[in-house]
Design a protein around this ligand. Structure first.
Ligand SMILES: CC(C)(COP(=O)(O)OP(=O)(O)OC[C@H]1O[C@@H](n2cnc3c(N)ncnc32)[C@H](O)[C@@H]1OP(=O)(O)O)[C@@H](O)C(=O)NCCC(=O)NCCS
Length: 163
């Protein structure tokens, strides 16, 4: 059976999302990014999921009020209970149809049960060479994330010891 691992969501940027310079607020985009990552992961594993981590958020270009913004989410990698969801964002001008790549990021979503304990998710079927490449890249990011977390833990302990 084909796995549900891609999700697309399109949202019109309304004036209530604006920041002080009249463009779309980064926080408003982050909220939508989290929603699309949640929906993509939950649909894939057919379970409730929580956001464990978000990294490499790259706001390449600003998003303008009045643009139609499309979020493309995809399950790149699956561990035991965690899933890496990559999200790319494109903004479209409604009158000129001009499309721009604006944002990208990676979410780690974890499937949990009613007690909040992590639960196993279905293995990811890797069919195309792109699937394999995405999986390998995400696996490397997971390793780097863990190494970075470990280093920050050591740093925090050293800072606390100095206080
Ligand atoms: C995410 C959470 C369930 C992980 O709990 P935990 O006790 O570390 O669980 P486990 O040790 O079983 O790890 C579960 C998975 O989470 C991953 N994980 C844990 N901490 C992580 C972190 N900081 N960054 C990325 N992944 C992490 C682990 O690598 C593991 O992946 P795997 O099963 O694929 O190997 C827990 O920290 C939590 O509930 N956090 C709050 C989530 C939340 O409130 N989010 C915001 C609102 S939705």
């Amino acid at each position: 059976m084909k796995q549900e691992k891609i999700l697309t969501m399109t949202v019109l940027m309304t004036p209530d999302m604006a920041n002080f310079s009249g463009n779309v607020h980064g926080g408003a985009l982050l909220k939508l990014l989290d929603q699309v990552a949640y929906a993509c992961a939950a649909k894939y594993c057919k379970n409730y999921v929580v956001t464990a981590a978000l990294d490499q958020v790259f706001f390449k270009q600003q998003v303008n009020v009045g643009e139609l913004v499309t979020f493309h989410a995809q399950v790149n990698y699956v561990g035991r209970s965690s899933m890496e969801i990559g999200v790319n964002v494109f903004a479209e001008h409604l009158r000129t149809y001009e499309k721009r790549f604006t944002t990208s990021c990676f979410f780690t979503m974890v499937a949990i049960d009613e007690q909040g304990k992590s639960v196993e998710v279905p293995r990811l079927q890797l069919v195309t060479p792109e699937d394999h490449n995405r999986f390998a890249a995400a696996e490397l990011r997971k390793q780097l994330r863990q190494e970075s977390l470990e280093k920050s833990r050591i740093l925090h302990t050293e800072i606390e010891d100095d206080c």
